[in-house]
Design a protein around this ligand. Structure first.
Ligand SMILES: NC(=O)C1=CN([C@@H]2O[C@H](COP(=O)(O)OP(=O)(O)OC[C@H]3O[C@@H](n4cnc5c(N)ncnc54)[C@H](O)[C@@H]3O)[C@@H](O)[C@H]2O)C=CC1
Ligand SMILES: O=C(O)CCC(=O)C(=O)O
Length: 417
């Protein structure tokens, strides 16, 4: 199994060389600043006490408070969270946000626990983290297996345990909250919409009519389902969706809203409209125009890259393509819009939420989405132009741009001896 951190560091090393990043800055950035691991007990509905392991990896904060999601998944481990945290540092820098990078998670499968148990795990986790998070220090957000409800519980626990009376500003301790409790309009759809905004820009450059094209999506959670909804509204056809249960293939296009509602009720695509599911292999070898991986990392390895029959891959997930697969895709002339650009819509709108919490002034949805579009398209063109100028992949160009920005800030500030 490929290791995410190793894959991310390999590209980081190449990019540091090409960007002429000094040895000092390279040394600072190649490992996270803080690795926080907490083991905390939670009483289950049965009365039994269970121990959970939680992580918060704070990679770098030269640009501002640490920022990045919390994941609830049985595979959560130190290597994974370190890789994801480094990606956040690069993502925030590329998007021009005043944030550093972090990531965290708890190793468990939410599907095996009741809602009240998940609430207790969440509250206990926040309690165990204590002052390691805060609205001016480290600001978590949703990722796989977490969502607005999780963030609401986190904010509530933090407000009730922090001892500060500044209730308004403290709301910004987490982003991705529901709108009623201080979240922003547009955060739910931000990541998926951002992925499609990048594809729309790519399509303009390639004279590509999105409404004539076919799309396949792995993962139909927050990112995958909102990407599908935007594609649907553009008249594009999502012909296949893959999740843990298998691959749903519908030649005439998947009915996106019905599928979203079905998954919300049933947990997966299994049984949708009585359709027989195809295999995972059939998904990755399917002929279509664009693939959006929006599930876990390392999903497209050597085998999947050889099998791929698409023209473009836009990474909704973090780290879905291994280093070797990247090379094979390049040899096959399959283009990739990399994670740190394609899925940055989530953290961009998280930044807007944090600003709204600070000012207590809440924005219209169209204003949020317009500002998201401005920022992500600007980043898209920076990456595209640099990749042409330096003759490197978009992934390398994105890393180079992000690293140069961080390097400049370190150089202007100086490094504490
Ligand atoms: N939620 C957000 O705002 C952001 C999420 N991301 C990344 O996007 C990806 C998906 O995140 P979310 O949509 O938030 O998660 P989610 O928990 O809402 O949905 C995950 C989806 O992936 C599927 N899945 C899980 N394991 C799978 C497997 N082994 N094979 C196939 N499908 C599988 C699940 O069935 C589900 O449909 C992750 O890599 C995450 O880090 C990136 C930026 C922001
Ligand atoms: O919204 C955020 O702050 C972070 C989202 C995230 O975890 C990611 O972009 O991978």
């Amino acid at each position: 199994m490929d290791k995410l951190f190793k894959n991310v560091v390999n590209i980081f090393n190449q990019a540091c060389k090409k960007a002429d990043i000094s040895k000092t800055i390279h040394t600072i950035l190649k490992q996270p600043k803080n690795e926080i691991i907490v083991n905390f007990p939670v009483r289950m509905d049965s009365g039994e006490m269970k121990l959970f392991k939680g992580y918060r990896i704070q990679h770098n904060n030269i640009l501002g408070p640490y920022k990045g999601g919390f994941r609830y998944h049985p595979q959560v481990n130190l290597d994974e969270v370190k890789g994801l945290a480094m990606l956040m540092t690069l993502k925030c820098s590329l998007a021009g946000l005043p944030f550093g990078g972090a990531k965290g998670g708890v190793k468990f499968n939410p599907k095996d626990f009741s809602i009240s148990e998940i609430e207790k795990i969440t509250r206990r986790f926040v309690h165990a983290l204590g002052d390691n998070i805060g609205p001016n220090f480290d600001i978590p957000a949703p990722d796989m297996g977490t969502g607005a409800q999780t963030m609401n519980w986190m904010m509530d626990t933090y407000l009730n345990t922090s001892g500060s009376l500044d209730r308004q500003c403290l709301k910004g301790v987490v982003t991705g909250k529901s709108v009623k409790v201080g979240g922003t309009k547009g955060r739910a759809q931000a990541t998926g919409y951002g992925v499609v905004m990048c594809i729309e820009e790519w399509a303009k450059q390639h004279n590509y009519k999105i409404s004539d094209k076919t799309f396949i999506i792995q993962g139909f959670g927050n990112v995958g389902s909102w990407a599908a909804k935007r594609l649907d509204s553009l008249g594009a056809k999502v012909v296949a969706v893959n999740d843990c249960a298998g691959t749903l293939y519908m030649k005439e296009g998947v009915p996106v809203r019905q599928l979203t509602e079905y998954i919300a009720e049933n947990g997966s695509i299994a049984g949708f409209m009585g359709q027989e599911l195809l295999s995972r292999e059939e998904f990755f070898s399917m002929k279509a125009d664009v693939m959006i991986p929006a599930a876990l990392e390392n999903q497209i390895g050597e085998k999947e890259a050889h099998a791929a029959q698409v023209e473009l891959i836009a990474e909704g997930a973090n780290g879905p393509i291994t280093n070797r697969a990247d090379e094979i895709l390049a040899e096959k002339d399959i283009q990739v819009i990399p994670d740190v650009l394609a899925n940055s819509g989530g953290v961009i709108v998280s930044y807007f939420e944090w600003l709204q919490n600070r000012s207590n002034d809440y924005w219209h949805e169209h204003h949020v989405l317009e500002k998201l579009q401005d920022k992500i398209i600007k980043a898209y063109h920076i990456v595209h132009d640099l990749s042409i100028e330096l003759d490197v992949s978009k992934r390398e160009a994105a890393y180079i741009r992000a690293l140069k920005n961080i390097d400049e800030v370190y150089n202007e500030r100086g490094i504490f001896p």
